[in-house]
Write a protein that binds this ligand. Structure first.
Ligand code: ATP
Length: 868
């Protein structure tokens, strides 16, 4: 998009001659255009006249000027900007019967004729013209090209601003076609007789012509670009005094709506004329919402203020002139709207990337003086500081991820206790929705054979596959989607030896965990490093990411250094195009948040995309060692950043497999070495119900401190009610919140999925969530129910914004558990929470990453189904 050009709104005034009726009534013309820019009030000697007598504008047209002249000398230049990709708007404003419709009909026809003329003279470009027309009648929007009376709705689009949904857009063929459409609009528009105007427009009419053009020469080529803009012709309804218009009944009601929306328009214009400070109330009427871009946005705008010269209308004329005076102070920032073809965009981005890369590579020119050296040194110091800060941040994140891995391993350890064997089938190159589904069924049915076994299977794999299946329903195949931990772990865990043995292998039966049914570590070689599968060390390594997590050698690959990193990042080349959201503590951002709303409520932790394994990319995994041999990353280190939670490990203790790690962890639990986590071993003196209550209270307080999404809180609160098996989830939640609070309190930012999250952004996200919940109040609660709620929550039935008041109170008192429970119940009803049992719980343990909806129209149901 080209740079924006700031310019003032063009303001024209048009004085009409006295009408026959006015002449018959012996009206006197009190206003006169004394030159091309100035209009004069002649009756200044009138008793009580306090207002100025001279008004100057960009152009003033006398009563004998034709509409063509008004167009040629006033509106034309602005209207025709549209053919160059610049949005433009022409609108007529004035009291009833002052000549708005008379003016706009002519302006629209002349402008469109010129547009067609331009098109005919520019055969080198291909044009597409679209026509739409709406009216706003009594605050209801109607499609003037559609004879049914359906009310159209406005929607806020992050890119296009306020748009009218489902409005008819006709492709324009030629000028005659346009005239036909204008005739339809005229016939459809609400017109009524008043004492001031036999054919008074009772609605605001907006006719929009959208023009897209591209150079024919480049059509379909990668350097093809399209100019796209709209021109609006707006004929406002006229302000009127009920006494003068002698209106009653329907006309009076119309007049009230007209005056109210014009009042909002003039308030907006007055505020804008004083600069853009403070809140501008565009949203107070549909008219101002739609006109927002014309009033200070990306558009060139001309306002034609039509005036009656009659003495009896002097107050109205003066009001119109005051409006015009304010309008001429407003500036807009129009820019050429260029739409790049996909190919052109890719090309452009590639060029930009190449430029940045070459900038990075090119050596900094040698300094020529001592001063230059000093400056360079300072710059380097700052850079080093920045890098150090980044390293600290990344280390913290890694520690958190490691700690989470431990939690996961703990879960796996619990599963071992059930003595079940979990089996999954895996196709390394499989895509979501392929035969994967069949494998799933098979695996699932084998799990179903035994209810205990089913439980174990679900815990390990169900979220993964359901997630896949849900996504495959909504998304095209082969896209870069996040996939399951286990799945990715496997795709990462293929050793070079395996690949060499069976390069084309498709189906692998992976035996992940095998126990002897007693909870003891099974030393059977099959369970530790399965030839066609994944060893625990590999799995854990994969879960930790690519780095040297526990002080071990990193993966060795046929590629080296940078090239390897490049390959890892080039996800399109990756096997199956699967990425993996490795974390372990996904975002808590509320599921309904729009993509445009980048800010989110605090995440569960840090998400990283695990791009999977490139084709032919052989990875060698060292066995995982949690011991202190490396001397660099002990488990103590890894949890130290977690504040209250810490796991103590003997420095010389070596853990070489998941089993031994789990066994070690259990030993610590039994010895009470895991402190303050709520993860006490069975049989410890602490009674679980009491401990649960303590954890729950701590979590509730932290939710408040970290501005966690209310939906997240509700889900969590309602899902985890005190079952002993929930302790792991409680502990995970407590840890991540502790970490988050610490991060926020140090003024640091958390990073979620490449997005930055701050205390301020989480506050804003929470506010937005409350707004959304407020909107749902009317839908989910009957009037009677709402009344009861207001009474219960101490909200006066006659106070304003009761719904807002109520939603603002939800989850606001973290000390009172009754309040918390009632808040959860209300939010649950608002979001139609349905407990989905264990599967949903698992998401909190494995990767609670409430999805950000990809569709614009949000559905709680969808979001929650993607969650499982
Ligand atoms: N400049 C003009 N020269 C001659 N006649 C005019 C002029 N402007 C308006 N008129 C006449 O004045 C009458 C009222 O005009 P018009 O309907 O355009 O007013 P309006 O501002 O659109 O009124 P409303 O707000 O009630 O719809 C019409 O009969 C129209 O022909």
């Amino acid at each position: 998009m080209a740079a924006a050009r700031e310019e003032r709104i063009l303001v024209l005034v048009r004085l009409r001659p006295l009408s026959d009726k006015e002449i018959v009534a012996n009206e006197v013309a009190d206003w006169e255009c004394i030159n091309d820019n100035t209009i004069l009030y002649r009756n200044t000697f009138r008793e009580g006249c306090t207002f100025p007598s001279v008004y100057t504008f960009d152009r003033a047209f006398r009563g004998d000027c034709s509409t063509r002249q008004v167009y040629q000398e006033g509106a034309k230049e602005i209207a025709l900007s549209v053919v160059n990709g610049i949005n433009s708007s022409i609108f007529a404003y004035g009291q009833t019967s002052s000549g708005k419709t008379y003016t706009m009909v002519g302006i629209t026809e002349y402008a469109v004729a010129d547009i067609f003329d331009y098109i005919n003279r520019h055969e080198e470009r291909a044009f597409v013209l679209k026509f739409s027309a709406i009216e706003i009648y009594n605050e209801v929007i109607r499609d003037l090209l559609n004879s049914d009376n359906t009310q159209l709705r406005l929607r806020d689009d992050p890119e296009r601003g306020t748009i009218v949904e489902n409005v008819t857009e006709e492709s324009l063929k030629d000028l005659n076609h346009l005239k036909e459409l204008l005739a339809i609009c005229e016939a459809q528009r609400r017109i009524g007789e008043t004492s001031l105007n036999e054919r008074s427009s009772r609605s605001h009419q907006i006719i929009r012509l959208t023009i897209e053009s591209s150079a024919r020469e480049f059509l379909g080529k990668e350097n093809s670009t399209t100019l796209a803009a709209s021109v609006n012709f707006i004929d406002l309804a006229g302000s009127e005094r009920a006494s003068q218009a002698l209106s009653s009944g329907t006309r009076l009601k119309e007049g009230c709506h007209i005056n109210r929306s014009l009042l909002t328009l003039s308030t907006v214009v007055r505020k804008l004329s004083k600069g853009r400070q403070g809140h501008i109330n565009y949203r107070d009427s549909k008219l101002t919402r739609i006109l927002q871009p014309c009033l200070g946005g990306n558009a060139r705008t001309a306002i034609i203020c039509t005036l009656s010269p009659a003495r009896s209308h002097v107050e109205q004329t003066r009001n119109t002139l005051l409006f015009a005076c304010c309008a001429k102070e407003i500036t807009t920032k129009a820019q050429v709207n260029v739409v790049m073809s996909d190919k052109a965009l890719v090309k452009h981005l590639q060029r930009e990337l190449a430029r940045l890369e070459s900038e990075l590579r090119s050596p900094v020119p040698p300094p020529s003086s001592n001063n230059d050296y000093a400056a360079l040194l300072r710059k380097k110091d700052i850079h080093i500081e920045k890098l150090e800060k980044e390293v600290r941040e990344v280390t913290k994140q890694r520690d958190l991820a490691q700690s989470r891995v431990k939690d996961l391993l703990g879960m796996i350890g619990n599963d071992q206790d059930s003595g079940q064997l979990a089996r999954i089938n895996y196709h390394p190159n499989q895509r979501a929705g392929d035969t994967w589904e069949d494998d799933y069924s098979e695996s699932e049915s084998s799990c179903l054979a035994d209810s205990n076994q089913f439980d174990a299977c679900v815990r390990k794999f169900n979220p993964v596959r359901r997630h896949d299946r849900e996504r495959s329903r909504h998304k095209p195949l082969n896209n870069h989607e996040d996939h399951s931990m286990i799945h990715s772990a496997q795709s990462l865990a293929k050793t070079p030896a395996e690949t060499a043995h069976d390069p084309g292998e498709y189906c692998k039966e992976v035996q992940c965990i095998d126990t002897d049914g007693t909870g003891r570590e099974n030393n059977d070689s099959e369970s530790r490093a399965i030839p066609n599968g994944v060893s625990e060390g590999q799995l854990a390594q994969a879960l930790n990411g690519y780095g040297d997590v526990a002080g071990h050698e990193t993966m060795s690959t046929p590629m080296s250094g940078d090239r390897e990193a490049e390959n890892i990042q080039e996800s399109p080349k990756l096997t199956g195009n699967r990425t993996y959201r490795a974390v372990v503590m996904g975002a808590t951002s509320s599921p309904y948040m729009d993509r445009e709303h980048i800010e989110s409520t605090p995440p569960n932790g840090f998400e990283k995309s695990f791009p999977g394994r490139p084709d032919g990319y052989n990875v060698k995994f060292p066995s995982l060692n949690f011991g202190a041999n490396s001397g660099r990353h002990s488990r103590n280190d890894s949890v130290s950043s977690l504040g209250s939670a810490s796991v103590i490990t003997s420095a010389d203790e070596q853990i070489t497999s998941i089993h031994s790690f789990v066994a070690g962890l259990k030993k610590q639990l039994a010895n009470g070495q895991v402190q303050g986590t709520g993860l006490e071993a069975p049989g410890t003196p602490v009674a679980w119900p009491l401990e649960f209550e303590r954890l729950q209270r701590a979590i509730v307080e932290l939710w408040q401190d970290c501005n966690v999404s209310l939906v997240h809180r509700t889900y969590f609160f309602l899902l985890f009610k005190g079952d002993r098996a929930d302790s792991i989830y409680m502990e995970v939640e407590l840890r991540r919140l502790t970490f988050l609070k610490e991060t926020f309190s140090q003024g640091n930012q958390a990073v979620e999925d490449g997005r930055t999250l701050t205390l301020a952004s989480s506050v804003r996200a929470l506010q937005r969530e409350r707004q959304t919940l407020t909107k749902l109040m009317r839908r989910r609660f009957s009037e009677e129910e709402r009344k009861k709620l207001y009474q219960k929550w101490g909200i006066g039935l006659h106070t304003k914004q009761r719904k807002v008041q109520l939603v603002n109170q939800l989850w606001s008192n973290n000390k009172n558990m009754n309040h918390v429970a009632e808040s959860a119940a209300i939010v649950a009803k608002l979001i139609k929470f349905v407990e989905q049992g264990r599967t949903l719980k698992e998401m909190f343990g494995i990767s609670f990453t409430p999805p950000r909806p990809r569709q614009r129209s949000f559905s709680w149901k969808n979001s929650m189904t993607t969650l499982i």
